[in-house]
Design a protein around this ligand. Structure first.
Ligand code: G6P
Length: 608
């Protein structure tokens, strides 16, 4: 999604704006721009379609001066990713950057055009600049004009504005999309997240829904949705600059895959009492884990984490579970059992559909539980209770460490539900907790298979279509494997339940179609082995991810075997996530695609 940065600083703003925009590249974008107030107090801007290096070239050719400015990375929604549509949008009075969607922009635009205003872009965002200008023309101050304009905007948005002739003023407003203020020494910043301001400060204020923040170098004044002065706490952002560096890795995605022993360990440790071999949940604020049923909602990778949780919650928790994609769930008027709770899985905590699904459940008086990676995000704040995932900032657009952190939190939840429902004995809980505690080590062992996967990835990179098969809890892992491969290598891939093979996908199999099978030697292995034989009989190239016992059983039919350490079936989805991530990553590297910022994808989808 789009990224925002604003600076009221001491030195030249433009180079710092560009530096911050580079931190926001991970969100996905297709144009970028900056505006500053020059020494005479006039607004000047540079914009470019494509990558930030194009913007840098514009700035090299015609630098911008002045210590105050705003910058933006745009992911096109209304209007193509052209320079004219790139932000900031400006009039002679104000320059603005905007994230989100202004739903009533057509009506506002017509009204403003009828009033004599000239539009330069096809964006919904430009109405904001004109609306504020129109209010200022009536004699309102920048602060009054912004508040008045914001009152007329419908939709979800975050904006930042600077004003000509006001070199010590920046205004930010949030409704639906996140916005943070960074506090430096005699400098202030605005960002679409804490990572944006992290090159300059670690002290951040997260704005609340409906807040308007008026910034000067001396400090900030926040008014809330009811236009009352509001005090917002200052947090220390611990993700910090180091977390947003690639370190020794070639890509953020690779770094994040390799962080998983640590990130799953951190997350599991949060929920496990290692001494008593018990799960310990935080205060769940009235969410009754002894319910009869649960609904688990998410999008993309987060949805697949929820699909794994469905198996866990039913098998170990003893409750009936329904999972759905947030964009479907929110519009299908779902009915709920009387004793139910709902779970929302999201890395960013800002996915528009997931947030809307959560609000729907709240309206139906269903208790809501958020499994979220970004603290203080919208889903985090609005849920009744939260089970944080402690993956740290995830920069690669394709989610990896957030997925296994989600699985870690959800596994702990399944155990807690099992205890609450009386479905698990103390001994069984002890076994599952021990298995969870072993997982970070098993993930570290699984990472050592990279060299073998490298050779297979060379072959996969030639494929046009790839099938992924899995059974039981590994069916969602097959879905996630296919999603990872298509996201970053642009190879068409489909995930199927292995038992469904004969009902259609078997028609796709020929000697050119690699079939990746996620098949630990568990209770369902023999069934999956039959499906592998069906593939082999039709000349399909089997890539089998299994353990030592499984490897022996399929040695004569598999073209390639990726051998993973044997593990308790409970935690196998976490461990088997690693080879499917590496397979996608190494295939994409071989193809030479933009691994960390795959085309057309956004890290956080804050529009429907
Ligand atoms: C986007 C991202 C995916 C992510 C999905 C849900 O599509 O590219 O990686 O799984 O959104 O995002 P969330 O932040 O809610 O987990």
């Amino acid at each position: 999604m789009c990224g925002i940065i604003g600076i009221l600083g001491a030195g030249p703003a433009a180079p710092r704006l560009v530096e911050a925009l580079k931190r926001l590249e991970y969100r996905g974008y297709d144009s970028a721009g900056v505006a500053t107030l020059d020494d005479s107090g006039a607004l000047t801007r540079r914009r470019a379609s494509g990558k930030i290096r194009n913007l840098e070239a514009e700035l090299d050719a015609a630098p911008l001066s002045g210590p105050a400015g705003i910058g933006h990375t745009r992911w096109a929604t209304h209007g193509a990713p052209t320079t004219a549509n790139a932000h900031p949008h400006a009039t002679d009075k104000v320059a603005i950057v905007h994230n989100g969607i202004i739903e009533n922009f057509r009506a506002l635009r017509e009204e403003l055009i009828a009033g004599g205003r000239k539009f330069e872009s096809e964006t919904d965002s430009e109405v904001i600049a004109h609306l504020i200008s129109a209010e200022m023309d009536k004699g309102l101050s920048p602060e009054q004009a912004t508040a008045s304009a914001v009152r007329r905007l419908e939709g979800a948005f975050a904006i930042a504005c600077i004003f000509s002739g006001h070199d010590d003023l920046m205004i930010g407003a949030r409704k639906g999309s996140p916005l943070v203020v960074g506090l430096g020494d005699g400098e202030v910043f605005i960002g679409s997240d804490a990572i944006a301001v992290s090159p300059f400060t670690t002290r951040v204020v997260y704005l609340d829904e409906g807040d308007i923040a008026v910034l000067t170098r001396a400090g900030i004044k926040v008014t809330d949705a009811h236009e009352r002065l509001a005090a917002r706490p200052v947090h220390v952002f611990s993700g910090g600059v180091a977390a947003a560096e690639k370190g020794n890795h070639r890509h953020f995605m690779q770094k994040e895959i390799y962080e998983q022993p640590e990130t799953t360990g951190r997350t599991i440790a949060r929920y496990v009492n290692a001494f008593e071999e018990r799960v310990e949940m935080p205060d769940l604020d009235g969410v009754d884990l002894a319910a009869d049923s649960a609904i688990v909602i998410g999008c993309g990778t987060a949805h697949y984490a929820g699909r794994v949780a469905e198996y866990w919650l039913e098998q170990y928790g003893g409750i009936s579970v329904e999972t759905d994609i947030a964009s479907e769930f929110r519009y299908r008027r779902p009915a709920f059992g009387k004793k139910a709770f709902s779970v929302f899985v999201s890395q960013s905590g800002e996915t528009a559909d997931t947030l809307a699904a959560l609000r729907y459940c709240k309206e139906q008086n269903l208790k809501t539980l958020a499994v979220v990676n970004v603290p203080e995000s919208s889903i985090w704040r609005e849920a009744d209770a939260r089970l944080p995932t402690l993956a740290g900032p995830e920069i690669g657009v394709a989610s990896t460490k957030a997925f296994t952190a989600q699985l870690s939190s959800l596994a702990a939840l399944a155990i807690a539900v099992g205890r609450a429902k009386g479905a698990l004995s103390t001994q069984e809980e002890g076994r599952l907790v021990r298995a969870l505690m072993e997982t970070p080590r098993l993930i570290a062992d699984a990472l050592t298979v990279e060299p073998e996967i490298e050779a297979i990835a060379h072959e996969l990179a030639q494929a046009r279509d790839v099938l992924y098969l899995g059974r039981g809890v590994h069916y969602p892992i097959a879905l996630e494997g296919a999603l990872k491969l298509k996201e970053i290598s642009y190879i068409h891939a489909e995930g199927y339940a292995a038992g469904e093979l004969k009902h259609g996908p078997i028609a796709l199999i020929d000697e050119h179609t690699p079939v990746v099978v996620v098949a630990p030697h568990d209770a369902l292995f023999e069934k999956t082995l039959s499906n592998m034989q069906e593939v082999a009989a039709r000349g399909g190239k089997l890539v089998v991810i299994t353990d030592a016992v499984g490897a022996v059983a399929c040695a004569d039919i598999a073209k390639h075997i990726i051998m993973i350490p044997a593990c308790d079936p409970f935690v196998a989805p976490l461990v088997y996530s690693v080879p499917i991530q590496l397979l996608a990553y190494l295939t994409a590297v071989h193809k030479g695609t933009d691994v960390d910022q795959p085309r057309n994808l956004a890290k956080s989808v804050t529009v429907e």
